[in-house]
Structure formats: structure tokens, C-alpha cells
Design a binder for this molecule. Structure first.
Ligand SMILES: Cc1ncc(COP(=O)(O)O)c(C=O)c1O
Length: 386
């Protein structure tokens, strides 16, 4: 049967864009580019979820999330991010940041509308905008500026159809942390040109070498025009529990609700109890994880320095964006050959758009001894190519 004629235009637009996922682990293959952190949430998260299960808390929660969790999120945003929100009307608990960003783009983009983002960027934004018939306009950044966008470049890409700027800091895949001066320039641009800013801060805890994460909504005049997206996935090692949230002005949250309801009704009730326990857990718990990720980051950089391969300074998140142009291979060729010849998995830089051609995404997410073994194989593989 020919199913094509049943497919909506939006289905056809994104058909095949994900490729195929291999679900069977392949022996000997080491994923040195994975986006999944290798640590578990604090034990209290498991205990809270167990208690929730034992108490039978498996029914729908309020659409926007359980009140205690929304209150804890509002407290966290105030204490850690300098953002004041009303927990009842300005917080929406979602099934991860992934649902959050689709919910936000569904709320903002009509066909033909545009949102701008510095590129390389997290690819899901492109797919979501494409599904909706809108466009995520990539504003290319380069290795020379450590992939830090200039507000003037964003400004040059504005059109009458631009509704929002998407800012992801710390960034996936480049590891760039936008400095305060740049954020202030972007904030000024948003205010001058009356744009919303979608600020994806899910890697906020991963910052190295004194780089500081600053929340867009905490800057003067930005609270009312910023949609903050955050998640428990990366901060607490809970990617599979699918829990995230949006903080935004009440009228925007209200407008988002039908989309969130259409897709999810509410986030998973048991995961919400786990999220509440995570937020109540002392934050210094993360220091050891950060130290370990920093250790791996330094090992990555030392290996790349030995090889003489350029890379973007990994300032935050848990990625190393590596310039493989000296090998003469394209991103896709490099990834295919690394898999075939060194049994290593990387993401091509082009997952973040065309500006990532010539790069691959390495990661800090693999534990010992695979990490060290993977790095050794990487060095040997690249030496052969140079
Ligand atoms: C920048 C960015 N935003 C959102 C997501 C989705 O995260 P979540 O697991 O919270 O849905 C990811 C996942 O890798 C990401 O890198």
C-alpha cells in the first residue's frame, strides 16, 4: 500500500530527518559523543518516586504541574537565576525541555514566521519550526569567535517575520557560554526590535574555568519578553524521566496551555515527585560531578592539543566541538570512518546546521574506563589521517 498520499505536508517536510536509531548495543562500540550524562540522580529522587508509587500517585496532576513542584521551581529560579515568577500562573511543568520547546514554538510561529538562532545550534529547533511551517533562521558563528554570536549579526538577519531569538547557553553542540556583555547586547536588540527571547538553559550547571551562566530573564527589561526553558535531564541525570519546565509571563503560559494539553495533558506524576526531591536536594551535590566532567574535558583538550587539532574552547555544557578539517574529511565522512575503523561514535557538527561542517561533536559523558579507551582510539585514528 502506498502510504505517501496519507502523509500531511508537515509529515513530509520532516520525513527521514531523524535517521534510524539502533537500539541494540554493539559490542566494542564506544559513544564519545553522547548527550546522555553518565551519573544518577540523588538517592532522594528515587525514594520520592518510590513513595509516590506506593501512595498510588499515578493519576493526572494539574495540567501545569503539581503546585509544590511549581513553587519549588519558582524558588529555584529566584535563588539561582535571579528570575521572579508567580508559581501559579508563570510556570508550566513539561515532559522535558523537548516538549517545552515544541510547545513554545507552536504558540509563537505561524507558517512563514521566523525565529533566529546562533548556529551551530540544537537541531530540534529546526525540526519543530519546519513541522509548523515556520523557519528557524541560523545565524552562523565561527571558531574564530569561539562560536559566540554578535548581536549585530542577529540584527542583520531580522526580517518583518522574525518573532523571537532562540538563545541556548551553555550551548549544544559548541560548548559556548555567552558572556554577560553579549547577552546584554542581545537583550538590547530584543527590546529595540520588540522581539521575544526563548532562552534554553538546560546546561546551566555545566560551566568551567570561571565562566558564568547568566539567565536572560534576569537582565533589566527582559523578564517580560523572555521564555525560559529548563529541564531536570542534564542537571540531575534524569533524561529518561522526561521532566522540564517553562517560565514565562502569565499570558504566554496561558496561550501555551492548549498545546501542552494536546500533547501531554500533564507531565508524568511520579517524575514530578522525583523532580521536587531533586530541587530540594542541596545543590553542592553537583560539585563532584562538575569536577569529574572538568577532568574529562581537560583530558580531551590535552589529546587534541597533542594532535594539533583545533577545537572550540569548551566553556560549558558537556561537549567538545572539534575541528576535523585538518584530516581532509567532511563531518559525515569522519563520523562514518571513526565508527568503522575505530569503533567510536561521534555526532557530525552538521547536526547543528551547515555552520558545523568540518566539525564533530565529542562529549564528556562517557565514564571510565571507556572514556580513556575511547580517547586512545580517537588519537590513534586521527594520527593515521593526518
Ligand atoms: C539544547 C537542548 N535543549 C533541549 C534538549 C532536550 O532536553 P530534555 O531531555 O529536557 O527534553 C536537549 C537535549 O539534548 C538540548 O541539548
Amino acid at each position: 500500500m502506498d502510504f505517501d498520499r496519507y502523509l500531511s505536508q508537515r509529515a513530509q517536510r520532516v520525513r527521514g530527518s531523524l535517521g534510524r536509531q539502533t537500539s541494540v548495543p554493539i559490542p566494542g562500540l564506544i559513544n564519545l559523543g553522547s548527550g546522555t550524562p553518565d551519573f544518577l540522580p540523588p538517592p532522594e529522587v528515587f525514594e520520592a518516586m518510590q513513595r509516590a508509587l506506593e501512595a498510588g500517585r499515578v493519576q493526572y496532576t494539574p495540567w501545569t504541574g503539581i503546585p509544590e513542584l511549581r513553587a519549588a521551581i519558582a524558588e529555584k529560579l529566584k535563588a539561582e537565576n535571579g528570575i521572579t515568577v508567580d508559581p501559579d500562573s508563570e510556570v508550566l511543568v513539561t515532559s522535558g525541555a523537548q516538549e517545552a520547546l515544541m510547545t513554545v514554538l507552536m504558540t509563537l510561529l505561524d507558517p512563514g514566521d521566523e525565529a533566529l538562532t546562533p548556529s551551530p545550534h540544537y537541531d530540534e529547533y529546526t525540526r519543530d519550526a519546519t513541522i509548523l511551517g515556520g523557519t528557524l533562521v541560523p545565524v552562523p558563528t565561527t571558531l574564530e569567535t569561539n562560536f559566540t554570536v554578535r548581536a549585530a549579526d542577529l540584527e542583520a538577519a531580522l526580517t518583518p517575520r522574525t518573532k523571537a531569538l532562540v538563545i541556548v547557553t551553555p550551548n549544544n553542540p559548541t560548548g559556548t557560554v555567552l558572556p554577560e556583555a553579549t547577552l546584554r547586547e542581545i537583550a538590547a536588540l530584543a527590546q529595540q526590535r520588540d522581539l521575544l527571547v526563548i532562552s534554553d538553559e538546560i546546561y546551566e550547571y555545566y560551566v568551567y574555568d570561571g565562566h558564568r551562566h547568566i539567565s536572560m530573564a534576569s537582565l533589566p527589561g527582559m523578564r517580560e519578553r523572555t521564555i525560559t526553558i529548563n529541564s531536570f535531564s542534564k542537571s540531575f541525570g534524569m533524561t529518561g524521566l522526561r521532566l522540564g519546565y517553562i517560565a514565562a509571563p502569565a499570558p504566554l503560559i496561558e496561550a501555551m496551555l492548549p498545546f501542552h494539553h494536546a500533547m501531554m495533558i500533564c507531565a508524568n506524576a511520579v517524575a514530578q515527585m522525583g523532580g521536587l526531591a531533586a530541587l530540594r536536594h542541596p545543590r553542592d551535590w553537583f560539585a563532584d560531578i562538575l569536577a569529574e566532567y572538568d577532568r574529562r574535558r581537560r583530558q580531551w583538550m590535552a589529546s587534541l592539543d597533542d594532535l594539533g587539532l583545533p577545537y572550540s574552547e569548551p566553556q560549558g555544557a558537556y561537549y567538545v566541538f572539534i575541528d576535523i578539517r585538518p584530516t581532509g574529511l567532511s563531518s559525515r565522512e569522519f563520523v562514518a570512518r571513526a565508527r568503522e575503523e575505530a569503533r567510536l561514535v561521534f555526532q557530525p557538527g552538521t547536526i547543528g546546521g551547515g555552520a558545523g561542517e568540518g566539525f564533530i561533536r565529542g562529549a564528556l559523558t562517557q565514564g571510565s574506563p571507556q572514556f580513556e579507551e575511547g580517547l586512545e582510539r580517537f588519537v590513534a585514528f586521527v594520527r593515521k589521517l593526518l
